[in-house]
Design a protein. Structure first.
Length: 64
């Protein structure tokens, strides 16, 4: 499974991004099977808006 991680600028989100990318790798949005935004509600909504034309589902993790 190809995952695309995105993260807000918060310290917590950036730490999570580093850890998850090290463990699972990271792919371009266009190639991803799942998009995983890391941040708060606003970042999740921003990501949903930006990826609405992609076929990949978005699974958000609260790291804001």
């Amino acid at each position: 499974m190809k995952l695309a991680f995105l993260a807000s600028k918060s310290v917590k989100a950036q730490r999570a991004l580093k850890s998850l990318v090290k463990r699972y790798g990271n792919h371009d949005l266009q190639q991803a099977d799942v998009v995983v935004p890391l941040g708060g509600d606003g970042f999740m909504l921003q990501t949903l808006h930006a990826t609405q034309k992609l076929s990949a589902p978005v699974y958000g993790m609260n790291r804001g």
